[in-house]
Structure formats: C-alpha cells, structure tokens
Write a protein that binds this ligand. Sequence first.
Ligand code: SF4
Length: 497
Amino acid sequence: MLGQRDFDTKLYYYNLSLDRLVPEDHLLRRIAAGVDFSFVRSLCRPYYSHTGQPSVDPVVIFKILLLGYLYGITSERRLAQEVSMHLGYRWFLGYDFDLPTPNHSVLSKARARFGPEVFETFFRRSIDLCREAGLLEEGPVYVDSTLIQASAAVDSLVRKEDRAQPPLSIEEYVQRLYAENDPGSEAGEEPPRSSGPASPGKRSGAGSGRLQRPNQELQSTTDPEATLVNRPEFGRHLAYKAHVAVAGRRGQVITAAVATTGATADEHLLAEVLWQHRRLSRLGVPEVVADAKYGTGPNYLYLDQAGIPAFIPTTRFGNQHTGVWGREHFTWLPEEDAYLCAAGQRLRRHSNMTGTQRVRYLAPKGACVACIFRSLCAPSGIERALHRSWALDLVEAAQDRVAGPKGKRRMAERKTRIEGTFGLAKELHGLRRTRFRGRRWVQIQLWLTAAAMNIKRAVRRMTTKGRPAAPAMLLSRLLTALVKGLVWSASTSLSKA
Ligand code: SF4
C-alpha cells in the first residue's frame, strides 16, 4: 500500500536532546573528544577589550571556521545558515535547539580582528595534535605547490598605468565616450588600439591582449595581488599558489603551508617551505623529495650546505638547441678545469657568472671557424662556449640518487602523498578556489585548510589506534603480503635465470 507522510511540527518534544541525535562515531564527536580548543581563548584575548558586552566565544568562532573547512563550505553566509540548520554542528558548537547561532558577520569581523599569527598558531596546534596522535615522526619531507584559482575574473585585468591615473572628470569622460563611439570606426575604420582610452569595465581589452609579460603590465581591479596564469591543465585564470610540505607517518601531516601569487616560481620557495617545516613541526629534514621544478643549481647548493640529501630529478642540462652538440660531447678534465672537445681543443675557464651561478668555458680564439665539426658544434663559427653549473657535481649526485631503488620509491611516494593531499584539499576542503581576496587572506585560508586536514587525520588516528583490525582489513593485508611474496620470488628466479 502506498504510504504518505504528513508533517506538522510539534510545540514540545519529550526526551529529545542534541546529544542523542549525533551518531556515536561521527567525526565531530571524535574532534570534540580529541581536541581541546580552550587554547584559542588565551590566543585571542589580546584582541578583545576588557570592558563592554561579552563577545561570541572565540572557541565557537574557530569551531565554525573549522566546520567550513572540514566540510568544504566556502561561503561564510552559507556556513552561518548551515550551522543554524545542522543539528550536529549545533551540538559541536554547544548551541541547543532554541539558541540563535552567530551571524555570518561575526566570522568576517573575527578574521579582520585577529592577526595572522593567531591562525598560524591554530595551524601549529594541529601539527602538535598529529604528534600526540603518533602521526608525526622524522622522515622525508615532500614539497610541492598547487595553483588556487583566485576569486577574480580575467576580465578584471587592466593596465597598471590606467589604474594609477586619477578618475576622469565628467567632461573627460564624455569626450572619451564620444571617442569610443565614433561612427567612423563602424564604417570599417581601424578600431582604437588596446593601449588607448577604453571603458572602465573592459578597459583596453587587457585581459585578452597579447603581452610579453602580462603580470608586469596588468593588474586585476578585483584582486590586485592575484596574477595571471596560463597552463594547459589549469586554463587561463587569475591565481595564487600554495606551497606545501608534508611529512610524518606515510606523509599524512601538513607541516608547512605558504601562499604566494600564482606567478611565483616554485624553486624560489624551497628554502622558505623547509624553514617553515622546521619552525612549525620542530622536526629536522633528513631528506627532501620534490619534482623537477625544484631541481635548480641554487637549490642543490642550498641543500648541500644544509646537509640534506635531495631526491629531486633534474631538468635537462646542456645545449637545448636541437642538432647542436651538448655538453655530453665534451670530456671534462677536472685537473685542468677545462673541457676537451672532439677536435682536441681545450675549452678553458673564461668567466664566472654569479647571476646564473655558472662558469663559462670558451674554445680558443679562431679554433672553431675551420673545424670539421663546425656544423655540429658551433654553426656560427664563433668560439664554442659551455656553461657549467656551480652545482653540477651535486646535480649528478642527485640524478644517481633518484635513479636508485630508494629514489624510485621516494618518487612514487611523492605522487600519492603530496599530490594526494592537494587532491583532497581541493575536492573536499574547498582549496580549488580562494575564499578571500589578497595574499594575506589566502594565507589564512591555507592555514585553516591545512589545520582542518591535520585535525581530521589526527582524531581518526587517535580513535582507531589500538582498535583491532576488521576481518576484511586483515584479509586484504594477507592478500597484499601474498602478492608481494609471489612477485619477489618470481623476480628472484628470473634474475637467477
Ligand atoms: S667547433 Fe670548436 S669546440 Fe667544437 S669541436 Fe670544433 S674546435 Fe672544438
């Protein structure tokens, strides 16, 4: 028989409480049991006056923010609505059915009131929580970056000099309007150039123009600190960049998070990210694992001086022109500090290039003009030059390290650990797009996202630690061990054969 549910709200309920409605194993219950948020009050105390009406408890504010990052609710208005409607959220915050929950403006005011150090301390506390849960231990540090789409459209880009100009008077504005709507241009005349006067909304069509260095010439009116990035996998967007380090047990803990503009080159941030990792996690860096973007001479030199083995693949060194001999066609003579070419000439040290941290080696004057290898080695006939990075020995050592079994394992781990962290942050915790405008606020978003992810992992670890493994899990572990054993025995018998 077809059922029908009629609904009419009751005025009174018997034997009903929020506590009974929240499931026993709910994440929020685990967080409430595992995290003591009272430290937030002492952290925020300097930002409140000692007189006046009592404010909303800062613990409540941070818990609301945490809910937004845990469940990927990116709008503070919607978050305030969700908090009011969701019984589990009310229970977590300590607001019973009949109490009004804080307005969304409380969140934005609190963000403006608290300094960045408050949010950084909150993030640091999440790392400490991971330590208490047994997730943090000294081991390889995985470093990488990801782009975050800014909350600003490409159409908001205008030329910087246009922004610097004072606002137009009414007379100038009318003149510009006439100039732009000149009927002559409709009759097939040349349209005004993009550098000329244009309407404020799409001034000069700057967002779509071809520019050599768009970020030096253009600026967004919506978010001036966001920069234009054009990548096949990302598209053409205004963006920021999150530089992150993960470490600990199976790389589960985010130990550093630095926000920069989208155009910042990754390799320049390696030292900063490692410093943040050390400062916030109080752990050393026994190994660094990163992708080829970080494989630059200055980074290898820095890591060598710091005594940190690098598992960083290198980009191709040597001559990038196809068809022209690269450095591999020359023999390095360390005792003479020179290269020997195929024609028996020595390319001797010519100059030290401090800007690019390379040494320039040059063939003897006039040696290449009549050489039989000229077309392959120096087509112009000018003396052939070679550049040797100050860090070349370190680069070669890193290449050997990455090619070894440990290096291959580290590279495979990098993919799952740090790229997996970015995937989760974007899919579940709202890091695909910035919530706020300005690098300072994006940094706060990054700290809070990282804190939410750390807290989630720590409380899961706390509540599953010591719990007997489920039969299905045991069976899967058994099968994995069996498969590994079979693969190992097959590879051993093959190598013997
Ligand atoms: S072109 Fe110059 S550098 Fe190259 S092989 Fe000939 S002499 Fe040597």
